[in-house]
Design a protein around this ligand. Structure first.
Ligand code: HEM
Length: 499
């Protein structure tokens, strides 16, 4: 009997404790929401109610890969400056690039967004300003016009292999020319960047498959998207990291060990490529080996998936618009007598091709989301509004480029808008900045254009292409993280006779 009473008492104590906990938690949540809505320094900025009150709606959408899509309708409803979380503003404003990333600006990157794990050596992508400047100088020579010119034979070799492999593929009676072009473009850009950074291709084209070092990069994209979003709940992120440290660390350490070993091999020779200057400086110990390994990984990831995404996007958009495809195919086929004529210098003279690539990056920017910066001490004026210090700010590429305030027929594929067609005279083309602007813009921009132009020209010179029915809606329903999660792009290729 006494025992039953004690049990009953313990149960009641438990219930009481739970009740107190629930009441405290609810009060805390309500108090936080009231503060965010009525007292927070950003309280006057418009935005969806729940997003202004809590960070959670943003995090859920980020994990679902839907933020880049929702941002467009949010801007349409609330205007060019929107509060998308208690401490974050999204800008779809023509002066925002200059105000946030322009040459003299000193907005820091929010490093929780860039780090997958807490103890991680810095790299060029998220190093603090002073260290970044040093790394950027070291990397700069690898991206100079002279180095890029001298790397042309290496680049052409990988593309030549793509063409040969696809021609072979078309001969196979099973395939009848049907290929997943999204995978083949990835194979090409990974092989190419492996060659330009590690001095060795990943042999994805030869094997028609991803190298074991390359495949995990796609898984890591999803993990980093989750980790970036959870950076808003540091206690939760570090608990998850602690729980999964053995798995995550093993994957990352394996990955780094491979890169380190390849770099060590690479250091034994001198050659002209993207990393030679960095290696030379490392010999004088200015950039330590850990950071060199991290920077090599950044070059490989940043320099492959992005370029392959534009190539998949432009192929899809052209094949969905046969009149534009015919116009570009004519431009390419009339410009070159033989494949050997297709050089970096000559492809840069193809005006319609450039217009097609720009229009693809507008509709399908390889980095679709907004990369957060922190407003420095004292606050800043952005897009005409005063924004207090420590606010997170970002420009959401996809949402900005499809905004009718800046582009006529914003959702249509119209390369002509970049060629002076009077229909598009009101377009504000300078808002299109897929490579960002300022000190931390994309260092690989020129290389990306070289790769994209050469691959596209050689594909159109060698093949007639038709979109397979199963890829009709390829661009709809993708998920967008830092990069796109792309489904296969099924295309039917017919090799052209070049005699
Ligand atoms: C169409 C292709 C590409 C696009 C759209 C693109 C876009 C971008 C963007 C938006 C950034 C800024 C990221 C940030 O602010 O956090 C960036 C940075 C960077 N990109 Fe690219 N990228 C492309 C191709 C390449 C290539 C081919 C390489 C090199 C092989 C490369 C290497 C880098 C590096 C190293 C950075 C960091 C630069 C720094 O912080 O100083 N990218 N890229």
């Amino acid at each position: 009997m006494e025992q039953a009473i004690t049990m009953d008492g313990a149960l009641r104590m438990g219930n009481l404790f739970f009740l107190c906990f629930a009441v405290t938690l609810t009060s805390w949540i309500i108090a936080e929401a009231l503060y965010n809505l009525f007292f927070h320094p950003l309280r006057t900025f418009p935005g969806p109610l729940l997003w202004r009150a809590f960070r959670l709606p943003f995090v859920i959408k980020a994990i679902q890969g839907r933020l880049a899509f929702d941002m467009l309708s949010i801007h349409e409803q609330y205007g060019p400056v929107v509060r998308i979380a208690p401490n974050e503003l999204a800008f779809a404003h023509s002066s925002a690039w200059h105000d946030i990333m322009g040459g003299k600006q000193d907005f820091a990157k929010w490093d929780e967004y860039y780090k997958v794990q807490d103890r991680q050596a810095t790299n060029i992508m998220f190093a603090p300003a002073e260290e970044h400047a040093k790394m950027r100088r070291a990397a700069g020579f690898g991206f100079s016009d002279r180095t890029l010119r001298e790397m042309e034979p290496l680049i052409q070799n990988s593309i030549g292999l793509l063409i040969r492999r696809l021609r072979d593929h078309c001969k196979s009676s099973e395939a009848y020319g049907k290929v997943d072009m999204s995978a083949w473009y990835n194979f090409t850009t990974f092989d190419l960047i492996g060659n330009l950074v590690m001095g060795e291709s990943y042999h994805c084209l030869e094997n028609a498959d991803y190298h074991p070092w390359v495949r995990p990069i796609f898984q890591v994209t999803y993990i980093s998207a989750i980790m970036s979003s959870l950076g808003h709940y540091p206690w939760f992120k570090s608990t998850l990291l602690r729980l999964f440290r053995p798995i995550i660390s093993r994957k990352i350490l394996n990955h780094q060990a491979y890169t380190r070993a390849k770099l060590a091999e690479r250091m034994k020779v001198n050659r002209i490529d993207l990393v030679q200057a960095m290696l030379d400086i490392n010999r004088d110990n200015e950039v330590e080996m850990d950071k060199l390994v991290m920077n090599a990984s950044v070059l490989i990831v940043a320099g492959s998936e992005t370029t392959a995404t534009v190539l998949s996007g432009v192929t899809y958009l052209l094949l969905s618009h046969p009149d534009k495809l015919a116009r570009l195919a004519d431009e390419v086929r009339n410009a070159f007598e033989s494949e050997d004529d297709i050089t970096v210098v000559k492809v840069s003279q193809l005006d319609y091709m450039l217009a097609c690539l720009e229009e693809t990056m507008r509709l399908y920017p390889p980095v679709p989301i907004g990369m957060p910066r922190i407003v420095p001490k004292g606050g800043r004026i952005i897009g005409g509004s005063y924004v207090p210090e420590n606010t997170h700010v970002a420009i959401w590429h996809r949402a900005l480029y499809r905004n009718p305030a800046y582009f006529t027929h914003p959702t249509s594929f119209c390369p002509e808008r970049f060629q002076g067609d009077p229909k598009f005279v009101d377009d504000e083309r300078e808002v299109l900045q897929p490579f960002h602007v300022g000190k931390r813009n994309c260092i690989g921009r020129s290389l990306a254009y070289i790769e994209m132009r050469l691959v596209l020209a050689r594909m159109l010179f060698n093949f007639d292409m038709v979109l397979n029915d199963e890829s009709r809606d390829w661009m709809a329903n993708q998920r967008a993280y830092n990069i796109w999660s792309k489904p296969p792009l099924h295309v039917r290729l017919s090799p052209r006779s070049l005699n």
